[in-house]
Design a protein around this ligand. Structure first.
Ligand code: LRH
Ligand code: MN
Length: 383
């Protein structure tokens, strides 16, 4: 049990700055009281999640949603609150010029504009001390014949090579794939295989990020995780959950068993290290945002604790013996174990309240920001 506790104490989950801002769907973005108006306030909210969970010490930024005049100052603001700047996320999906694509656009001028933004994000990494760039492209087409699939792959490869070239020795980029949306016929980076192939060609500083909401229904995501780990190409996760499409709901909310199976493969594949970026990528469209992040971090902790409890010797023996039911039972025993008392004990041993949700609610932080943050423009996706 001591080993399991040590592993859980060493867990690191990164929260996304945009989860603290307003978000919604094409139908409606419901504003909430107390929402941050700038990246400084977003980071203050993220610091609360770390203060009550102890395992969320970094915040991912999204550019230009988190554009500031002085990124070094933002990083020291974060440090002053006990958190650090994590992955820098590029955004080449909201500018009118990118209607037909960004780095894959038929027009070389538009491609150059998109590349310039990606390189600017590396400059921001230098300024914030971040070592990870996360690249997601909304690029795709809506109708067959709209553009040449192969030519777009050539353009994508060219841009990725230019970004790869610019990376510093201790920097890397994580390439994110997504099956569809906003494109509805063809997405230029639709699946793990396409992302993997581009990353293998580029080299060790290019890895794949698995967003758990970006697959076709029924996809065995833990297989992808096991395969990418075997290849040394799993850079990290964008954790969230979904019932239908890219719903960006709280991780583990829609399918806690899937999250358990994913963490089981991460641990078994040697991926439970600080080199794997465990990031949340969620939108709290209707629920309180800071509490939603705390709940999400706890969901990852619970899935991880259960995965760490798997009796791997017994499992390997049952697998060797071809004992199908026996093997499945070993895994289900761990999954059906209530790990909440273990995590509560671990928090108390770390000087934290056993129940972060209750402690945060009692802290009065939300009431304070709801009262203070009046006026100004609430942060959002700025679309
Ligand atoms: C795209 C995505 C990507 C982010 C955005 C906020 O769906 O998952 O990771 O840039 O959400
Ligand atoms: Mn994502």
């Amino acid at each position: 049990m001591r080993m399991i506790k040590e592993s859980l104490r060493a867990q690191r989950i990164e929260t996304p700055s945009w989860a603290y801002g307003n978000s919604g769907t094409r139908f409606k973005v419901f504003a909430q009281r107390g929402v941050p108006r700038d990246p400084y306030e977003k980071i203050a909210d993220a610091a609360q999640v770390h203060a009550f969970t102890g395992v969320a010490p970094t915040v991912a930024l999204h550019i230009p949603w988190d554009k500031v005049d002085d990124y070094a100052d933002l990083a020291s603001h974060a440090a002053g609150l006990g958190v650090g700047i994590g992955a820098i996320n590029s955004n080449v999906f909201q500018d009118d010029d990118y209607k037909l694509g960004s780095v894959t656009h038929p027009d070389p001028k538009v491609r150059a504009k998109a590349l310039a933004h990606l390189l600017e994000c590396v400059d921001i990494m230098d300024a914030t001390g971040s070592d990870t760039l996360k690249l997601w492209f909304s690029d795709g087409t809506n109708y067959p014949g709209q553009d040449d699939i192969r030519a777009r792959q050539d353009r994508l490869a060219e841009a990725l090579a230019a970004v790869y070239q610019r990376l510093g020795d201790d920097q890397r980029f994580l390439l994110e794939y997504k099956l569809f949306e906003p494109a509805f016929y063809m997405t230029d980076l639709p699946d793990w295989g396409t992302a993997y192939a581009h990353c293998v060609k580029l080299g060790p500083k290019a890895q794949v990020v698995v967003d758990t909401g970006h697959h076709a229904p029924g996809t065995n995501i833990e297989f992808i995780v096991a395969f990418l780990l075997r290849e040394g190409k799993l850079g990290g996760f964008d954790f969230n959950s979904r019932f239908y499409a890219d719903d960006d709901l709280m991780v583990g909310a829609a399918d806690p068993f899937q999250l358990f199976r994913i963490m089981y493969e991460v641990i078994g594949g040697g991926g439970f290290t600080e080199r794997t970026a465990f990031m949340l990528d969620q939108c709290h469209n209707i629920e309180p945002k800071i509490a939603g992040q705390i709940r999400s971090v706890m969901n990852v902790q619970e899935a991880t604790a259960k995965a760490l409890l798997v009796d791997r010797e017994a499992l390997a023996a049952a697998q060797r013996a071809g004992d199908v039911l026996g093997a499945n039972a070993v895994l289900m025993d761990a999954y059906n174990t209530d790990v909440r008392p273990l995590l509560a004990e671990l928090r108390e041993e770390s000087g934290l309240a056993p129940d972060p949700m209750a402690a945060y609610a009692k802290s009065g932080y939300f009431e304070r920001i709801a009262a203070d943050r009046v006026g100004g423009a609430q942060a959002g996706w700025g679309a």
